[in-house]
Each structure stands twice: as C-alpha cells, then as structure tokens.
Design a protein around this ligand. Structure first.
Ligand code: MG
Length: 252
C-alpha cells in the first residue's frame, strides 16, 4: 500500500478507466499522455546510454560480418529515419505545449525546418559503415514530398550517402515490406536498424494477438543481431491497442 500511495492518483485512474474511454478521446488526449515519454527521451541519461548501447552492438555485429564482406553483393544496412537517426522530440514537445495531437500539417511544418538533431551514436555508426564500404539505405515513412528537406537534414548532421539513390520514402503504403523487397533484389541486407519492430519485417506489423509478444519471442535470436532496436516511448505500433483494437488492450 505504501508503494501504491506514492503513485499519482491520476495515473492509477488512467489505468482503471482506460478500457472504457472512447477511442477518439484517447487520441485527443494523447499529447498530455506523452509528457513523461518526451521528458525521458530528452532528459534521461538512460535514453542516451541505450542509443549508444544499440549502436555499439550494431558495430560489433558488423565487425563480425566483415570477414564475409563481398563487394559484389552490394551489402547495405537499412535504416529507419525518425527516432532512429533523427530526433524529432522537439515536435512532440510542441504538440504537448499546444495541446494538440499529431497532425500531418504540424509534422510537415517540422520536417520543413530540417533542423532535427541526430540520435546519439547514429552518425558515427553510419560513417563507420561507409568506411567499410557498406552503404546505408534510408527507408522511412516520411512522404515523398518531404524528400528534399529530409536529405538536407541528414546532410546537416553529416550522415553519408544522403542522396536520392539511398532514400526510400512513403508513396502510398505505410508498410515498408514492398520497399525492403526492392532493396533486397539488388543488395545483401546485412542489418536493419529502427525504433519500431515493423521497421524490420512484415511479421511484426500485427499486434492484435497478445501485443505481438509471441512474434518477438519467436525471433528473439535475430534481435541485437540482424535487428537493432532504438528506444522510443513517444509513439509507435505499440500504441495500436490504445487507439485501435480495444480488445487487444486486455492482455490475453
Ligand atoms: Mg522511426
């Protein structure tokens, strides 16, 4: 009871009433829910350390791969961009300050600035790849219309190969599977790096059964090996049970 008494009543209430709150209201109240997430992302040394941990592990795995390096296979690493290479938390913080949920309009205004800073350790890792003749593929769900400013932002941060040939943006579908398949036809995909499991494989997109835990369990040997995951508590497919299928919120 002592521990419970220290938990803010509002948070306790949130968990008690969550299954009964209309989905639309949940979506509208999202900015306030993000306060702790954005604070952790921007101010915790733990977040920074986790990023370094991810990229240190990624570098170790690449060093293990290098003896098998074959230029003829055109080896690449596929990167997601947002919250994997670029830090968009200022925009998340602005949404909170203005009490507004995510909107494409506000997002585009942010990406037009091309002012996102790099995620800790990201630039060094991508440059390490380039030095070892492994090219990055920047595969993001930013819209095609955001391409020019996205490349400018990546260039400002000193990411190598930030050009149209290495950029695969969203045209009509959020699923990245189609674009990954295109890359795989002409390259050896050595590793995938992202903050959302669906950055890695189609199989992770479905969270309708047990939050997708079983899928993760079945592929656990690939995590930290072929799949390198960055932390993102602010948004992602993990929120689907909140705003989508309410039944899946109740853990089976
Ligand atoms: Mg991302």
């Amino acid at each position: 009871m002592k521990i419970l008494s220290r938990v803010p009543t509002a948070i306790l209430l949130l968990f008690i009433i969550l299954p009964f709150v209309p989905q639309q209201l949940l979506a509208q109240s999202n900015p306030e829910q993000n306060v702790t997430a954005v604070l952790w992302f921007q101010r915790s040394a733990e977040y920074r350390a986790l990023c370094y941990q991810a990229f240190n592990l990624a570098e170790l795995r690449i060093k293990e791969y290098l003896p098998r390096f074959d230029r003829e296979k055109h080896p690449v690493v596929i990167f997601d961009i947002d919250e994997t290479l670029l830090d968009n938390s200022p925009q998340e913080a602005l949404n909170i300050a203005e009490g507004k949920p995510y909107s494409q309009e506000a997002w585009t205004a942010w990406t037009e600035k091309a002012s996102a800073e790099a995620v800790p350790g990201a630039v060094e890792f991508v440059r390490f790849l380039a030095q070892n003749e492994i090219e990055p593929i920047y595969l993001s769900n930013r819209m095609n219309t955001e391409g020019t400013m996205t490349l400018l932002n990546l260039q400002k941060c000193n990411f190598p190969y930030a050009d149209r040939n290495h950029l695969y943006l969203k045209s009509n579908t959020s699923s990245k599977e189609f674009r990954r398949n295109i890359v795989e036809k002409s390259h050896e995909v050595v590793m995938l790096v992202g903050d959302n499991l669906s950055d890695f494989d189609l199989i992770f997109e479905d969270r309708s059964v047990n939050f997708g835990y079983k899928t993760v369990d079945s592929l656990r040997s690939d995590i930290g090996k072929k799949f390198i995951l960055l932390p993102n508590p602010m948004y992602g497919d993990w929120t689907k049970p909140l705003t989508g299928d309410r039944k899946s919120w109740l853990k089976k």
